[in-house]
Design a protein around this ligand. Structure first.
Ligand SMILES: C[S@@+](CC[C@H](N)C(=O)[O-])C[C@H]1O[C@@H](n2cnc3c(N)ncnc32)[C@H](O)[C@@H]1O
Length: 265
C-alpha cells in the first residue's frame, strides 16, 4: 500500500487511551495477524480517527529505566510506533536522529504528518524484514510490538514453532541493525521466563537484563546490550523449567484495552 503525504482528515478520538469499541477486533487473536495491522477496516478507521493511543504505559512510567542508556547523539529506531508518543518523548530528551517504523500504512501516514516538524522519520516497514543496513542504529526500542507476535502462541513454556520463528526473525533483524555496542530496549508485559528463552539464544551477542515498572500489574523493560554477553545462560531450558501457575487477569486490573488477554505471559 503506497503512502502519500497528503492530509488526512478524520474524526479525532474523544480522549487518550479510551479506544472506541468500534476499533476493537472481533477476537483478540486478530492482534497477532499482520493483516489486522495493515489492511483491516477497523485498524484503518482506528489510525485515521485516533490521534494518540499508548499501549502498556506512557513514557513517564518507564523513562527512568531507559534514559541511562540513551544519549542525544544516539540514532534510535522504534519498531511498531502506532500512534504512540514514544518517539516524541525521546526527541524531547534531545535525541535528534529518531526513525519509526510501522506495518500500517495509515499509521505511518498520520505519524509522518504529526512528526515532520520534529524531523522524526517514519517509514512503513515490517519488523520481521527490516529495511536497514547492518549496524545502523545505537538503540532499537519497541513497546508492546513484539508482544503482538506472542498472541495465540500456545503454551508459554513451549510456544508454537511459528511464534518462535517470527520472534527469532525479528530479533535477528534487530541484532543485525544494531551497532556493535548498540542496545535493544523491549518494553513488554511478557515475563522473563518467557522472553529470556529467545533473547538468550546462542546466536545473539547481547547481554540480557530487565527491570519492572507499574503498580499492581508489572511491566518489564528488557535491556539487551550487543557485544556484552559474558557467559551462556544459566536459565533452565523450557523442558527443565518448573511450571508456575498460569496468571488469570481480570480486565479491571488493567488500564484499558489490551491484547494481553490473548497473550500467554
Ligand atoms: C500493540 S501496538 C503498539 C503501538 C506502540 N508501540 C505503543 O506502544 O503504543 C502494535 C503496533 O505494531 C504494529 N505492528 C504489528 N506488526 C508489525 C510488524 N510486523 N512490523 C511493524 N509494525 C508492526 C501495529 O501496526 C501497531 O501499530
Amino acid at each position: 500500500m503506497a503512502i502519500e503525504d497528503e492530509e488526512i482528515t478524520g474524526p479525532s478520538n474523544s480522549g487518550r487511551n479510551e479506544p472506541a469499541v468500534d476499533f476493537l477486533p472481533k477476537t483478540a487473536s486478530a492482534y497477532g495477524d499482520p493483516r489486522y495491522w495493515s489492511f483491516s477496516d477497523s485498524i484503518y478507521f482506528r489510525f485515521t480517527a485516533e490521534e494518540h493511543y499508548e499501549w502498556l504505559k506512557e513514557y513517564s512510567h518507564f523513562q527512568h529505566l531507559i534514559l541511562p542508556n540513551i544519549c542525544p547523539e544516539h540514532s534510535i529506531l522504534e519498531l511498531g510506533c502506532g500512534n504512540s508518543q514514544l518517539s516524541e518523548d525521546l526527541h524531547g530528551e534531545g535525541v535528534i536522529d529518531v526513525t519509526c517504523i510501522d506495518l500500517s500504512a495509515i499509521a505511518v501516514q498520520r505519524m509522518r504528518q504529526r512528526l515532520k516538524e520534529k524531523g522524526i522519520k517514519v517509514i512503513q516497514a515490517d519488523m520481521l524484514d527490516l529495511p536497514f543496513e547492518s549496524e545502523s542504529f545505537d538503540i532499537v526500542i519497541e513497546k508492546g510490538t513484539m508482544d503482538v507476535l506472542y498472541v495465540d502462541s500456545g503454551d508459554p513454556w513451549n510456544p508454537r514453532s511459528d511464534t518462535v520463528s517470527k520472534v527469532m526473525q525479528m530479533l535477528t533483524g534487530v541484532h543485525k541493525v544494531l551497532k556493535p555496542d548498540g542496545i535493544f530496549i523491549s518494553i513488554s508485559f511478557g515475563q522473563p521466563h518467557f522472553r529470556r528463552q529467545l533473547f538468550e539464544a546462542p546466536c545473539f551477542t547481547w547481554s540480557v537484563e530487565w527491570k519492572t515498572f507499574g503498580e499492581g500489574f508489572h511491566y518489564f523493560v528488557y535491556t539487551l546490550k550487543k557485544g556484552r554477553r559474558s557467559c551462556e545462560s544459566k536459565y533452565p531450558s523450557i523442558d527443565d523449567a518448573c511450571v508456575v501457575p498460569g496468571m488469570s487477569l481480570i480486565h479491571d486490573e488493567l488500564d484499558d484495552e489490551d491484547f494481553i488477554f490473548r497473550v500467554d505471559i
